[in-house]
Design a protein around this ligand. Structure first.
Ligand SMILES: NC(=O)c1ccc[n+]([C@@H]2O[C@H](COP(=O)([O-])OP(=O)(O)OC[C@H]3O[C@@H](n4cnc5c(N)ncnc54)[C@H](OP(=O)(O)O)[C@@H]3O)[C@@H](O)[C@H]2O)c1
Length: 318
């Protein structure tokens, strides 16, 4: 098992200027919280002036920009919060900014130039949960300290969630780790340094605990709708059950919380559930079957004889 290290903390005697590259849901939320903590906002960069101005309003500070430019080099800390799929190209585009400057300055200042000086001392951190800081290699090669800081929280864009008590998974070079830890602590979060090469597994856990829980809950709501509940009423009916399950889980752990026909080994009930789910798209029964198998795996150490009975039931209700 990898070990999770307590990362070092950075000195608090200076407040860096922050540039935000990709000021969407996460970029604006982090920017707003950092601004509220007294951090100085520099460039706020999106893909159009309209979205950049809107982002500046949400953050409460900063200089809106519709594209990357040398202005980003005025910042000490560059937070990249673009979608994961464009992180590599964003890093390359940023690194080119430094090299263009370097080329011009090399012409005027001679062969030594100050190209890498443009990035030396800068800290560049992205917010993706699934990608490591290696994606920022073009910037590391230019002399920047690179890392990633993933707030283990969901940002819908409708509200700015509090990060108090939330974990921030951080990794990267020593300077990037120090800065990331400082950001996390100032936002009230708990910094955890991830060992290299574990971000995909870490992020799979986040997806299971957030989006997949949501999919299961919404499917349950839709089942109730078909027996006559209005959608909102169905959600209101199920949420207290879900909340109590989570509260029990937090207090006494998974096994002591587990109830329902699978925990009791009542396979006749499970058979009737599967029959009832025939009226729904195939995914409902597939998810029910997969979650039952997963339940036995994680809640009953594999399940033993229950596993055999479950498989027999699933085979009968094809
Ligand atoms: N949402 C969450 O709950 C959450 C939680 C933790 C971490 N994250 C991570 O945070 C990062 C950002 O996610 P998000 O949900 O904040 O995304 P988002 O709301 O879609 O915002 C993305 C931002 O990047 C800009 N952008 C999009 N494509 C671009 C491109 N090709 N080049 C340059 N800029 C581009 C967008 O500009 P415009 O505004 O002009 O469209 C927008 O400002 C991702 O790595 C994600 O995995 C997300």
């Amino acid at each position: 098992m990898p070990s999770y290290n307590r990362p070092p903390i950075v000195a608090r005697n200076w407040t860096p200027v922050v540039a935000i590259v990709g000021a969407g849901r996460v970029g604006c939320a982090l920017g707003r919280r950092l601004h509220q903590q007294g951090w100085h906002m520099g460039p706020v960069i999106t893909r159009s002036m309209q979205t950049a101005r809107a982002a500046r309003r949400r953050i409460g500070s900063g200089q809106p920009q519709a594209a990357l430019s040398e202005a980003v080099l005025a910042a000490d800390l560059i937070l990249i919060a673009t979608p994961d799929r464009v992180l590599a190209e964003t890093a390359e585009a940023l690194a080119r900014i430094g090299s263009k400057r370097s080329g011009r300055l090399r012409q005027t200042h001679g062969a030594k130039g100050i190209g890498s000086k443009a990035w030396r001392g800068k800290i560049v951190v992205h917010t993706s949960g699934s990608v490591g800081s290696d994606v920022l290699r073009p910037l590391a090669l230019r002399g920047a300290a690179v890392g990633s800081l993933h707030p283990l929280q969901t940002f819908s864009g409708r509200t700015v969630p509090s990060l108090a008590g939330s974990t921030c998974a951080i990794e990267g070079s020593a300077a990037a780790l120090r800065m990331s830890r400082r950001i996390c602590i100032e936002l009230g979060g708990v910094a955890v340094a991830l060992p290299r090469g574990h971000k995909a597994a870490y992020h799979a856990a986040a997806a299971l605990a957030s989006g997949h829980v949501l999919a299961v809950l919404e499917a349950a709501v839709r089942v109730l709708v078909t027996v006559g509940f209005p959608h909102k009423r169905a959600a209101r009916a199920l949420l207290p059950l879900t909340r109590q399950t989570l509260a029990n889980y937090e207090r006494v752990g998974a096994r002591a919380t587990w109830t329902g026909p699978l925990s009791r080994g009542d396979f006749s009930v499970i058979e009737r559930h599967l029959e009832a789910l025939r009226r729904f798209p195939r995914e409902y029964r597939e998810a029910y079957a997969a979650l039952s198998r997963l339940g036995l795996n994680v809640l009953a150490s594999g399940g033993g004889s229950k596993r055999r009975q479950l498989e027999q039931t699933l085979a009968r209700i094809k």
